[in-house]
Design a protein around this ligand. Sequence first.
Ligand code: ZN
Ligand code: ZN
Length: 339
Amino acid sequence: MKFATQMPLDEVYLLLRTGHIERQQCLSRPLVEDYVRVRFLACGLCGSDMSKFEGTSPVSLPFSLGHEFIAQVEEVGSTVPSLKPGDFVTSDLNFRCGACDHCLAGRSHLCRVGQSGLFSNRAFASRGNLHHSYLLPLEADPSRHLVLSEPLSCVLYALDWAAPKTADRVLVVGAGGIGLCAAFALSLQAREAPFDIADIMSARLLTLDSLLESAGRAVLVPAGEYDVVLDVSGTAAGLATACRSVRGGGTVCSMSHLDRASDAAFLLAELTRRDVNFKVSYLNGPRENLRRAVRMLASSWNPSWDVLIEQRPLRDLQSVLDGRRKSPFNKSVIVISGA
Ligand SMILES: [Zn+2]
Ligand SMILES: [Zn+2]
């Protein structure tokens, strides 16, 4: 293992305590043999970043947020197989050991090693050293909307399970970042009827509604019964709306993490005696879903949808996090260096 003597000076933004981000300067750590040094270009803000920032999902502090990134490779360790300096990459959320029972059974997103913090987020920074197995080459221009790759991969996994038929009435509850990804994925399907996407924030619906054209409708209140409902609200109230909106015998797939919700007792009452298929979908399933997401975004993203995404510089991270819950933008992205 060789350490460079001249290490670049990095800027990192850390969560120091609940609600408080601080910028620090430090020397890049030496590059270990199976790690890759990347220069971060842009990173999306995830609902899970918000719950750590707000303290509803406690982490040991200081903590580095930001996992939905695109980056450029600067340097690779001696045993890294397939990346080289200059490559543009995005990241999987999961370490997949390839050897545990979950990995061997095709559930590598539940890898028993990967859940134990080999990797934390760390992309709200100028550079980072990451284990090579997290990184996926973009094989396309590093356009900023590619920060949606990881959240879209989670949506694709959920939609694969929910498997709406072309004639089904489909509802998405929540028009934040995951809702945007769901709207994008559904708008590419040949559906017989437009899908609905609902949110209690009207500001997140107006522009989205016009951009969906005939593929979908953005609605404040869901109307009638739906065959398939995707809950991506991140809230117990959103999940309750989803459960109330599904027809008997229909399908509800929730991507919300509600393990710390004060009260989810409504769930059984809403679903009992209604024969509903219900799943809590977690992360993105097999790695292939990340590749699919990258390809879909590279080939089918309509640049007019860029207006749904707030783009702010890294120095604004604190104020973007402070304002995210009330932001009219469907997604917030931190721009780190020229992409
Ligand atoms: Zn995420
Ligand atoms: Zn594993």
